[in-house]
Design a protein around this ligand. Structure first.
Ligand SMILES: Cc1cc2nc3c(=O)[nH]c(=O)nc-3n(C[C@H](O)[C@H](O)[C@H](O)COP(=O)(O)OP(=O)(O)OC[C@H]3O[C@@H](n4cnc5c(N)ncnc54)[C@H](O)[C@@H]3O)c2cc1C
Length: 365
């Protein structure tokens, strides 16, 4: 391979985890190159940041990004879970008394702009293709639509999200803890949507809905991948589910019909974990290492935290401090175990459908 360039650290993936890692490395004076397959603004799943995520934004110096008026806020949660009554939880009396609903494409762009202001470099439009060890170096192959780019590095960071593409090439598999999937659409309503995040359990899963703007609503139905109907039946399936719900249907002035749903997308949303998220010259961060059920609204926060702690661990390792990567794993693993206990408690609070496979699976774990 004709290697064109050498960089100390390559970060594959310019999402929240990859950018947090690059900014942290930059603060530790370690040059790095962030590579992302996508260019420009593009759709991303997940917009909800609960108030307790905000201290981390401050810590990472990202708080000012949230001031943009394209991000909106929410006052609390309304949910139907465990019984058919609507429960409301307001953030009014918490220290941070609002949650944030991100304009996610803008947020990703803001993160990248921040990176471009630092000494780290960003290469977009290039996908990670392969990595091969050669002595103390790693030879990485990147591919764009028109060229193959060989680069060498001392250390590679996998921040490719749930796919964990670098880890897979290195022969590391993630443990899949369930098979949750999301069916997602956006719809513009005639009325102003009250600023809440809405969740509701149903016989074969649960709903999430949140206002993206005054009248634009994001709706997700979560169920297991194998419980989803065939593609051509999904629109009717989600309309039926909305129309027979208690809380979600109240957001619509009349019954939902298929013609209102133009782009219905499916996305994996399961919990996964990497048994050991690092090796001698690599580390996995964000969803590539641990991914979370979206009911927790913890994915973005955890990805940012993993980028921060993971990059400090890498910098300490390069400074010959032993056990830094092991400490990173300890912090992330503990958070994941805590999350998993809470998740189990949350699903256990819903016992209305003992014959439903979706709920049986959640009650067995
Ligand atoms: C349906 C759904 C709803 C969600 N809702 C929420 C929510 O409300 N709140 C919340 O906090 N979290 C939510 N999440 C989770 C959250 O979106 C993720 O946890 C978070 O985006 C993880 O960040 P990341 O940087 O690890 O990965 P990602 O955001 O997935 O970023 C990975 C980056 O790597 C790039 N990439 C991938 N493969 C390659 C390759 N081979 N070469 C080069 N680049 C590559 C991608 O283009 C992407 O930019 C949700 C997730 C889903 C699926």
């Amino acid at each position: 391979m004709n290697v064109k360039e050498h960089v100390p650290v390559i970060v594959i993936g310019g999402g929240p985890a990859g950018i947090a890692a690059a900014l942290t490395l930059n603060a530790r004076n370690i040059p790095c190159l962030v590579v992302d397959a996508k260019t420009g603004r593009y759709h991303h799943y997940g917009e909800c940041l609960p108030p307790n995520a905000l201290p981390l934004f401050k810590q990472l110096g990202l708080q000012q990004l949230l001031d943009n008026e394209e991000h909106t806020y929410y006052l609390g949660n309304q949910s139907v879970w465990g019984n058919n009554k609507v429960a409301e939880k307001l953030f009014l009396f918490q220290k941070h008394n609002q949650g944030v609903l991100l304009n996610r494409p803008l947020f990703e762009e803001q993160l990248r702009d921040l990176l471009l202001k630092s000494k780290s470099r960003l290469l977009t439009g290039y996908a990670f293709h392969n990595v091969v060890s050669q002595g103390e170096k790693l030879n990485v192959t990147l591919k764009s639509k028109t060229e193959t780019l060989p680069i060498s590095c001392n250390f590679i960071i996998d921040a490719t999200g749930r796919k964990a593409s670098v880890c897979r090439k290195l022969g590391r598999q993630k443990e899949q803890l369930d098979q949750l999937a999301a069916l997602h659409f956006q719809v513009t309503l005639n009325t102003t949507i009250p600023k809440f995040v809405y969740t509701e359990s149903i016989e074969n899963g649960w709903f999430y809905a949140a206002p993206l703007s005054k009248r634009k609503l994001s709706v997700m139905l979560f169920t297991d991948m194998d419980l989803l109907p065939e593609k051509d039946k999904q629109q009717a399936f989600i309309c039926d589910a909305v129309n027979s719900s208690t809380l979600i249907k109240q957001l619509f002035s009349k019954p939902l019909t298929s013609d209102k749903i133009t782009k219905l997308k499916t996305h994996a949303a399961n919990s996964t974990r990497m048994q050991k998220p690092y090796g001698e010259n690599w580390i996995a961060i964000g969803d590539a290492a641990y991914s979370f059920d979206p009911i927790s609204s913890y994915g973005i926060t955890s990805a940012l935290a993993a980028g921060y702690y993971g990059a400090h661990a890498l910098a300490d390792t390069l400074a010959q401090k032993p056990d830094a990567l092991q400490t990173y794993q300890y912090i992330m693993e503990n958070a994941f175990v805590h999350y998993h206990i809470k998740l189990h408690e949350h699903y256990n609070a819903e016992q209305r459908w003992p014959d439903s496979l979706f709920w049986q699976r959640r009650h067995q774990e």
